[in-house]
Design a protein around this ligand. Structure first.
Ligand code: 5GP
Ligand code: MN
Length: 334
């Protein structure tokens, strides 16, 4: 963090404040971990923080400390709008463009209070008084650890804050496997474990909580997978009908896209998931190596993310979306 940014944050936090903390829509482990970690840190420092999520968080994160206190904008617009308007300071974590909050964007864009952004995605928008943005980090939670440390408050990181930070580092690093995982990441995790953070229990809470339906969905997605060895590509699809037939609940498709990459010689994987309610095909892209899926998602599917993990959407039908994707494969080099 830049020294003038640290001083600006210290100044903003020098008196107790009402503070809103916002994750992106469809919050994942890193968005939940960073917002809740910051929430507990601000509570400890005598502020009045509230985490306001644009929509519901997935059930497998409901055990996280403070998750029960999170306000959900799309379930309680009136109260959440009032909380946002009363906030003297707004943190946005794990995203860098207000449209990632869905319809909450309209309210956020009107607020007069200063914003602080902590985020590790590419190309941050210019809406924050303090922008702590760095794509070299594997997770916003690792940045939050640095943020608290830079404020001279490292000793505030306790079991509860550590549990939140650990969760985001674990989930966004693919259990410490992704390329941005460094020695420093492991040293931070080691410190968190020394604080008592449950490094056996947390992965189990996150990953060993499958339902029968979720496994059936995974099975169908694996059966639907199409591979193009020539383009080093594997992709799969799930229609709304297929999801419904296996009693789909939110979060059931998380991580399925990665299976494509586990095939020998495959460096680019995608999953297309139909969402009839939102009238879109939601897409996840993953790559191994140099192929930049962030750029691909931005250029062709109205999305973004990171070099090796990105997402986007399509308003075409499933068949048309697949056709568009297959045509693009012939034009790019992976
Ligand atoms: P996932 O495929 O797990 O949903 O997302 C992978 C990465 O891409 C995440 O870092 C997420 O923030 C980003 N991402 C997913 N969907 C979108 C999208 O529609 N727009 C943008 N800009 N980023 C996305
Ligand atoms: Mn993240």
């Amino acid at each position: 963090m830049k020294i003038q940014d640290i001083q600006a944050v210290q100044e903003l936090l020098s008196t107790p404040k009402k503070i809103a903390i916002i994750p992106h829509r469809g919050p994942d482990g890193d968005a939940m971990g960073s917002t809740l970690g910051l929430y507990h840190f601000l509570l400890k420092n005598h502020h009045y923080p509230t985490v306001i999520s644009p929509n519901e968080f997935p059930d497998f994160l409901a055990w996280m400390p403070g998750a029960d206190k999170i306000k959900i904008y799309e379930k309680d617009r009136e109260n959440c709008t009032a909380l946002l308007q009363e906030a003297e300071l707004i943190f946005t974590l794990d995203f860098n463009a207000l449209h990632r909050t869905g319809e909450m964007e309209n309210v956020l864009a009107q607020l007069q209070s200063p914003f602080i952004m902590i985020d590790h995605h590419q190309n941050p928008d210019d809406y924050a008084a303090v922008t702590y943005s760095d794509t070299s980090f594997g997770s916003t939670c690792e940045m939050l650890y640095n943020f608290i440390t830079a404020l001279g408050k490292k000793d505030d990181i306790d079991f509860t804050i550590g549990t939140c930070i650990y969760t985001g580092i674990l989930t966004d690093s693919g259990s410490f496997k992704f390329p941005k995982t460094t020695g420093t990441t492991h040293r931070i995790v080691a410190e968190l474990i020394d604080l008592g953070v449950q490094n056996t229990e947390i992965p189990s809470l996150l990953f060993d909580n499958s339902s029968y339906g979720r496994l059936q969905i995974l099975g169908r997605a694996l059966q639907n997978m199409i591979i193009y060895p020539k383009f080093k590509t594997a992709y799969t699809t799930l229609t709304q009908e297929e999801l419904n037939s296996f009693n789909y609940v939110k979060g059931d498709t998380e991580g399925i896209v990665n299976y494509g990459l586990s095939i020998q010689g495959i460096h680019f994987a995608a999953i297309f998931i139909e969402n009839k309610e939102e009238k879109i095909i939601k897409i996840s892209f993953r790559s191994q190596g140099d192929f930049d899926v962030n750029q691909f998602a931005r250029e062709h599917f109205n999305g973004g993310g990171h070099r090796n993990a990105a997402g986007g959407k399509s308003e075409l039908t499933m068949e048309e979306t697949q056709k568009k994707f297959e045509d693009l494969l012939t034009k790019i080099s992976i």
